[in-house]
Design a protein around this ligand. Structure first.
Ligand SMILES: Nc1ncnc2c1ncn2[C@@H]1O[C@H](COP(=O)(O)OP(=O)(O)OP(=O)(O)O)[C@@H](O)[C@H]1O
Ligand SMILES: [Mg+2]
Length: 261
């Protein structure tokens, strides 16, 4: 399986206030396409910072991130934005919805950026899928935290990213809604071959992933496969697709990363 993400001696130091704070320190690892990986660790251990570096939202102080074959440190801002638009989905810990757009408009943004015709219709269908079919025209301020989180999730995968980063995607959800969102994430992995990288404090969610990476003070202190049960990538015995009217994107399950255009 090819690596979709490679980190080499990655370090991020925040400067300011008279002293430097290194929050990601010498992280090296490789993640294969089509796999699932949980990043765990105490609050402040650098999980969100690491995710932002991997997704090209932030720049490393030193070291390298190779995402989908591109060394991010060699790309300029526009090139990184294009790579994110085409290949990356990101669920933010603090949602980061556009306050002036309704739920359905927020979700449609990644497809509208690509001038996709059916963006709004597909956005409405995905919101239905995350249990928000009756909140399409609500603005973020009119939504609860968990509802905003689900809007953020639908936005993150509407364009079928090759790799989806999710920062505590079930952190604000009750257990039933959280379980439904989890199932959806793993369906994306199985059906569309989407590589999942999840930050979570929840042991059960981490245990569903093929690999767990534990951070402490910005360094990797554990990296293991929980249990015997390894993730599958593209084959699903279920009939339903994560993506309604799958034809909008071409065939689903066409292979992890390699089957993408
Ligand atoms: N822009 C910034 N400037 C200075 N320090 C920062 C900045 N962003 C994050 N930090 C610090 O970096 C450390 C790691 O933060 P990060 O958000 O990555 O932690 P985390 O593991 O995601 O924590 P949590 O579980 O609470 O979300 C923290 O100590 C934080 O205060
Ligand atoms: Mg965080």
């Amino acid at each position: 399986m090819p690596a979709i993400l490679q980190l080499l001696d990655l370090t991020r130091t925040y400067r300011g206030g008279g002293h430097d704070l290194t929050v990601v320190q010498g992280v090296s690892l490789s993640i294969n396409a089509g796999t699932t990986c949980a990043i765990t660790g105490p609050s402040g251990s650098g999980k969100t910072t690491l995710l932002g570096l991997c997704a090209g939202l932030d720049r490393a102080t030193s070291g390298s991130v190779v995402l989908d074959g591109h060394a991010l440190e060699r790309l300029d801002e526009d090139e990184r934005a294009l790579l994110r638009r085409d290949r990356v989905g990101f669920v933010f810990q603090d949602f980061q919805l556009v306050p002036t757009l309704s739920a359905v408009e927020n979700v449609a943004v990644p497809l509208e950026l690509r001038r996709h015709n059916g963006a709004r219709k597909l956005a409405a269908e995905l919101l239905q899928r995350v249990g928000l079919g009756d909140r399409l025209d609500h603005y973020p301020v009119q939504l609860s935290g968990g509802e905003q989180q689900r809007v953020g999730l639908a936005r993150a995968f509407i364009h079928r990213p090759a790799i989806l980063f999710a920062d505590e995607p079930t952190g604000n959800l009750d257990s039933a809604t959280g379980a439904a969102v989890e199932d959806l994430l793993f369906e994306l992995n199985r059906e569309a071959g989407t590589t999942l990288i999840l930050v979570t404090h929840e042991a059960e969610l981490a245990a569903r992933c093929g690999r767990v990476i534990r951070l402490m003070n910005g360094t990797v202190v554990a990296d293991y496969a929980p249990g015997e049960h390894r993730e599958s990538t593209v084959h699903s015995s279920r009939g339903s697709s994560v993506y309604p009217h799958d034809g909008a994107f071409g065939p689903a399950g066409s292979g992890a990363a390699g089957g993408r255009p």
